[in-house]
Write a protein that binds this ligand. Sequence first.
Ligand code: CAA
Ligand code: NAP
Length: 240
Amino acid sequence: MSRVALVTGGTRGIGEAISKALKEAGYTVAATYAGNDEKAKAFTDATGIRTYKWNVADYGESKAGIEKVEADLGPIEIVVANAGITRDAPFHKMTPDQWKEVIDTNLTGVFNTIHPVWPGMRERKFGRVIVISSVNGQKGQFAQTNYAATKAGDIGIVRSLAQEGARNNITANAVCPGYIATEMVMAVPEKVRESIIAQIPAGRLGEPEEIARCVAFLASDDAGFINGSTISANGAQFFG
Ligand code: CAA
Ligand code: NAP
């Protein structure tokens, strides 16, 4: 029987590419999303991958959603905490709401996604935890104190979980994408985006599939001794 993989935010952008790559690699995939029903339906129609809707910022919703996925598909053995948002503003303009929304979704959302599946992974003595961090968690970014804090936090989470899970054959790793061509980056004003691309030695944005391939590798049996690591995929923008 194929292993079950859960991808949060798995219907759009980087998550969509991850869901497809894991399906291609033979896993049974469940993809979650927050509210864009139209995109989720189009995704399922195109891929056959089941989708589930819940807010990763809410522990109760996450736990109930994960129980439903496990009842439908079987125990989750691979979890990809990918869902994330930006609320960019220079620190002097950042509101407490912008701070809280990003912390709740990107950081607490990672706890809410991993915590309900962790006991089962420990019992079965197998698990793959993959968190999508960011180059901006490694280097910081103007107007992203909230976002950079969460993405740096992801690295702390996987380094700690790696030490807790290793004896039970559970690995926890982060992928740190650079700027990737998704709606998140397209939301940055065009002029600012052009100046960002000019600072990337590769001279281009990354493609979601370039991140998905890193995730598929970390999920595989071949990656069993890679634990607590980060894979940077950023076109040589930063060496973290
Ligand atoms: N470094 C230094 N100074 C900067 C700067 C930078 N990167 N960006 C802007 N500034 C300066 C401006 O030149 C301006 O200076 P003056 O006051 O002297 O004119 C000052 O900061 C304030 O700029 P704005 O008035 O334009 O600020 P704003 O309140 O309108 O905010 C912004 C604009 C939100 C910062 C906008 O520029 C922006 O979206 N920047 C991009 C931030 C970014 O890279 N986000 C990444 C999103 S994608 C992602 O997060 C995915 C991932 O993981 C990689
Ligand atoms: P995206 O295109 O904006 O897609 C975000 C996905 O996350 C969507 O499926 C969205 O669901 C879901 N989501 C958002 N908030 C959620 C919530 N509260 N609960 C459940 N699902 C939620 O984003 P992306 O660019 O693919 O980014 C994916 C991840 O990669 C994020 O963690 C991001 O920080 C990280 N990352 C991105 C880049 C980049 O350059 N794009 C670089 C580094 C890291 P809906 O469709 O319902 O809205």
